[in-house]
Design a binder for this molecule. Structure first.
Ligand SMILES: [Zn+2]
Ligand SMILES: [Zn+2]
Length: 212
């Protein structure tokens, strides 16, 4: 069974999630934006075995700690979609602009495409490409756990910003309605910032994307 816990990191309170297979304890760190010692304390406390790094997109609060974590533990970096390469290439510059110290760029071990799967011990998750907030944003979906890890695509009561480089509002709305809603109203999503919600609640009440 897939399990997870979420650790808010960076001044942006970005939800870094630890996902693991409870039979093997193999663990993926999703969006290690920074504050790695806080993340690693949770890894130790829960007895997790670091196995992979997964990225939803290339913004610094999500990807800023990926290179250091990969280097320290010899982990592969999986994701996002290659359309976010310009953001990853610019991480050192993003670090200077937003006051993050010593952020390194990297080349992901594997870029992800829509419909890909990622494996963690005995669990398999599906990848959906959900551009709009950034062009290479991906989402990780576990039908087994009934959870979607959606980064900055959708929030409880809001949606991702589209005023950043290569953001696009109509593309984001299409990603949400065509690629997230089919995961089902009961699916709980873990956003990149703030509390969890379900797609059904957002379809009823989110002013940006509710059903008309
Ligand atoms: Zn973002
Ligand atoms: Zn974010």
């Amino acid at each position: 069974m897939l399990r997870y816990l979420t650790v808010p990191v960076t001044p942006y309170q970005q939800n870094c999630s630890l996902l693991w297979c409870d039979q093997t304890m193999k663990t993926a760190v999703l969006d290690p934006g920074g504050d790695l010692e806080r993340v690693l304390a949770q890894v130790a406390r829960a007895g997790l075995v670091l196995d992979q790094i997964w990225l939803t997109h290339g913004h610094i609060d999500h990807a800023g700690g990926a290179a250091e974590l990969a280097l320290r533990f010899g982990l592969p970096i999986i994701g996002p979609h290659q359309a976010d390469q310009f953001l990853i290439d610019g991480l050192a510059l993003q670090g200077k602009m937003f006051g993050f110290a010593h952020v390194q760029t990297f080349t992901p071990t594997r870029w992800l495409n829509d419909g890909d799967t990622v494996k963690l011990g005995h669990s398999t998750l599906t990848v959906r490409h959900c551009p709009g907030h950034t062009p290479g944003h991906v989402v990780f979906y576990s039908s087994e756990a009934n959870r979607a890890f959606v980064g900055d695509v959708l929030f409880a009561g809001s949606i991702g910003r589209t005023d950043l480089p290569q953001g696009d509002h109509d593309t984001l709305i299409a990603s949400i309605t065509q690629r997230l809603w089919p995961m089902g109203n009961d699916t709980v999503f873990v956003p990149g910032h703030g509390p969890e919600s379900t797609f059904g609640i957002e379809r009823r009440s989110n002013p940006y994307v509710r059903d008309t």
